[in-house]
Design a protein around this ligand. Structure first.
Ligand code: SAH
Length: 584
């Protein structure tokens, strides 16, 4: 919940705009700032204060805790020119909130945290969205300063995690004497020779079995002993797992709760289906599965890995790192869950920077590898973090490009596959997902597709039912295209033509327009927009009778109205009401 604090008329008006823009997300704190601001700070997840930074600091100073726990507070000036994150820039989300505020109210976010202004990652947040935690005692300040000052820093990770990029002075490799190091590991590590930040990834699952009445202390001691002798960090344990039957076993539940681990349970039937190294006939007779600890650890580690036989992980599959160990009344086994790669399919919009969504910008900065057509990559270059690997490609290499992106993600990387407009509309989204297996996570970010950008230029041509048809016969037989144009003509749909022409494709648009002209009046409006929202945008309208397709090239989108579409003051308008008059 975002608390809104405003004390002036202008502030209250702006607060009302935020409340309207973010329904159900905000709450207004009324009354004088001296009471409203502390109340909001105490209750809300984040605060937008229409107050001076100085006044805000004075009121909040006695309440400040730590940068990890304080809510993000953003101050907005009276003229709405600036949104200034004052506390909780990273963990409290104030930097992001400032960007959201300016997206609604206009003005500029004033970001003062060093890592953001230089475009690199904040170390205290690194991997946070993957569940990484920073090992206490880590030297965040020294390593962070080393990164910012361009010093050589090593990064070692045992597995490939879909992490955002670090700047080029952070080089892969094990720690070297005196060189600041970042280490991602679930293993207990010996003291390092130089300043070090250790991240604990959530890679381990502890499988537990117990007989009735097991004391919590016995299970706890066994867990410690097993983790310790295997050299594994308890901070990397993401969950404990056992059989449904043990979900109310008090000692077990208490030992797990004490550590703050979630407990997942499985039916004996599901556990019995897991091949394990140490099945036990005695256990099978007692609980209906030959293994509890090993099978539960493996099942929980493999969950969400619905991997398909045709697309095996490049990374090692989940596996037992420690087989079953037993004490008098308990068993413990530990499985490791390998990371899943992340493929974002990101539409960058039709051209204009302010039509690239904030979410697309965030995904571009989240990716370590960005794949796309070189002309689109150039458009977004400035948004990428230093250290991002860019894989450009030329026109006509769609399949290779998609395969490259999927391959990088299958290796565990965070990859963004970009496309203009929406990356799923006549673009790379489908070839990528045709080959992507279940072992990677896929995130789709919609973009403003050319039809919408062009429609906005032309007026309101899409006010009623419409179709998108690509005239490219590269992947589609012309007969199929013609068949769809004919059907759209019969259904009296407004039609948006993508790929209407190219150097080799010179007769298709004429033919398609002729088919439409057979079923709608000669006065039906036709609109075209070239380079919509890009520099040099041009556009025009005509009628089916007067339109000259020679103005159209591959950077143009053509919209043909339905029989009901009209030109009003030069703008294409398709009315919302539709009185069906069977088309001619
Ligand atoms: N994924 C893209 C479409 C790719 S197909 C999207 O969602 O917009 C390429 C065709 O889209 C071009 O031939 C042209 O017809 C159209 N197009 C893309 N961007 C355009 C723009 N800015 N202005 C006009 N047409 C555009």
């Amino acid at each position: 919940m975002i608390g809104l604090v405003a004390v002036t008329a202008a502030g209250r008006a702006a607060a009302a705009r935020l409340a309207a823009a973010w329904p159900d997300e905000t709450r207004s704190y009324d009354g004088p700032a001296a009471s409203a601001l502390p109340a909001a700070f105490g209750e809300a997840d984040a605060v937008v204060a229409f107050l001076a930074v100085g006044a805000t600091v004075r009121l909040l100073a006695p309440l400040l805790g730590s940068k990890h726990a304080d809510p993000g507070v953003v101050c907005v000036d009276e003229a709405l020119r600036f949104a200034v994150p004052v506390t909780g820039a990273h963990a409290g989300g104030a930097n992001d909130l400032a960007r959201r505020v300016t997206a609604v109210l206009g003005g500029e976010p004033v970001i003062t945290t060093a890592s953001d202004s230089t475009g690199t990652v904040a170390l205290d947040d690194f991997g946070a969205d993957l569940g990484f935690t920073v090992e206490p005692g880590s030297d965040l300040a020294a390593v962070g300063t080393a990164i910012l000052s361009g010093q050589r820093v090593t990064l070692s990770t045992e597995m490939t995690w879909p992490l955002p990029p670090l700047p080029p002075n952070v080089v892969p490799g094990g720690p070297e004497p005196g060189v600041p190091a970042i280490v991602v590991t679930d293993r207990l590590t010996p003291a390092r020779p130089g300043p070090t930040v250790i991240y604990r990834p959530p890679s381990l699952v502890v499988g537990l079995g117990a007989s009735r009445g097991v004391p919590a202390s016995e299970i706890s001691a066994l867990i410690d002993q097993v983790l310790g002798s295997a050299g594994l960090s308890p901070r990397s344990v993401r969950a404990a797992a056992t059989a449904d039957l043990k979900a109310d076993e008090e000692g077990l539940v208490a030992a797990v709760r004490e550590r703050g681990w979630p407990l997942v349970t499985f039916s004996a039937h599901d556990l019995a289906g897991v091949p394990v190294p140490h099945p036990s006939e005695t256990v099978r007779r007692a609980v209906g599965t030959p293994s509890v600890a090993e099978a539960a650890a493996l099942l929980a580690a493999g969950q969400a890995d619905h991997r398909s036989a045709h697309h095996p992980d490049r990374q090692a599959a989940h596996h037992l790192v420690v087989p079953k160990h037993a004490s008098a009344h308990a068993t413990v086994a530990i499985a490791r869950r390998p990371p899943r790669g992340r493929l974002a399919i990101v539409g960058i919009g039709p051209g204009a920077r302010d039509l690239l969504t904030p979410r697309a910008a965030r995904e571009l900065r989240r990716a370590r590898v960005v794949v796309g057509l070189d002309q689109y990559l150039r458009q977004v270059e400035d948004l990428l973090r230093p250290g991002t690997t860019v894989r450009p490609s030329g026109l006509g290499q769609e399949q290779e490009r998609a395969a490259a992106a999927v391959a990088d993600a299958a290796e565990g990387h965070a990859v963004a596959l970009i496309g203009s407009g929406d990356a799923g509309v006549y673009a790379m989204g489908s070839p990528a997902l045709e080959t992507a297996g279940a072992a990677i996570d896929v995130v789709g970010v919609p973009g403003v597709t050319a039809a919408l950008a062009a429609a906005a230029v032309l007026g309101a041509p899409l006010g009623h039912d419409h179709a998108m048809i690509s005239l490219s016969d590269l992947h589609t037989a012309w007969e199929a295209i013609e068949c769809r144009v004919t059907a759209a003509a019969a259904a009296d749909l407004v039609v948006c033509f993508y790929n209407p022409a190219s150097r080799e494709r010179d007769w298709q648009l004429r033919k398609a327009l002729a088919i439409l002209a057979g079923r709608r009046p000669p006065g039906t409006p036709v609109g075209w927009v070239r380079d919509a929202t890009r520099p040099g945008q041009s556009s025009g309208t005509a009628t089916l009778a007067s339109f000259d397709p020679a103005v159209v090239d591959m950077r143009t989108l053509v919209i043909v109205g339905s029989s009901r579409t009209t030109l009003v003051a030069g703008r294409m308008v398709t009315p919302r009401d539709y009185r069906w008059a069977a088309p001619p």
